[in-house]
Design a protein around this ligand. Structure first.
Ligand code: NI
Length: 175
């Protein structure tokens, strides 16, 4: 496995619609493993292929939902869930929308407040080309929307109601 170089705005590939993946060969498996390693190294909670300069409809996501319940603050962290999504499509969205703070590995030094659907359903292929259907809510739904935007050339700053440079103590998961 190897780390891949993450690219930043204004690299034009970040603004292009990525192409569907059609070959599920050994090279694709190597690329996916490299993307997972690169995401973990960054560290980030998601990474889309255009962020490593490849115009492919492919993203990796890894996140552990936080415990919202304050009384449960000392509860052990939930296990991280890893997803590989290929040629994804959002098939259903909740009417309810929620605001949240996002950052992006391809826009260092900027955070933004972004409204996203609270829950979504996604159709995609897994790393072996088999169909996947996912129902997502919470922060996971937000990460998926951020990543699928990347595959369409959309950055979070396009949708943010405001953006700012983070304070030193301001920590946000990046993807
Ligand atoms: Ni991003």
């Amino acid at each position: 496995m190897a780390l891949r170089e993450i690219i930043f705005l204004p690299e034009p590939i970040l603004r292009r619609k990525a192409k569907p993946v059609t070959k599920f060969d050994k090279d694709l498996q190597t690329l996916i493993d490299d993307m997972i390693e690169t995401m973990r190294d960054a560290p980030g909670v998601g990474l889309a292929a255009p962020q490593i300069n490849l115009p492919m409809q492919l993203a990796v996501i890894e996140y552990a939902e936080q415990e919202d319940d304050e009384e449960n603050e000392d509860a052990p962290p939930k296990p991280k869930k890893l997803y590989v999504i290929i040629n994804p499509e959002i098939t259903k969205v909740s009417d309810e929308k929620v605001m949240g703070v996002e950052g992006c590995l391809s826009i260092p030094g900027l955070l933004g407040e972004v409204e996203r659907h609270a829950a979504i359903q996604v159709k995609a292929l897994n790393r072996h080309g088999q169909p996947l259907k996912l129902k997502l809510d919470g922060w996971m739904a937000r990460i998926f929307q951020h990543e699928i935007d990347h595959l369409n050339g959309v950055m979070f700053t396009d949708k943010a109601v405001r953006v700012w440079k983070p304070q030193e103590d301001e920590e946000v998961a990046l993807d």
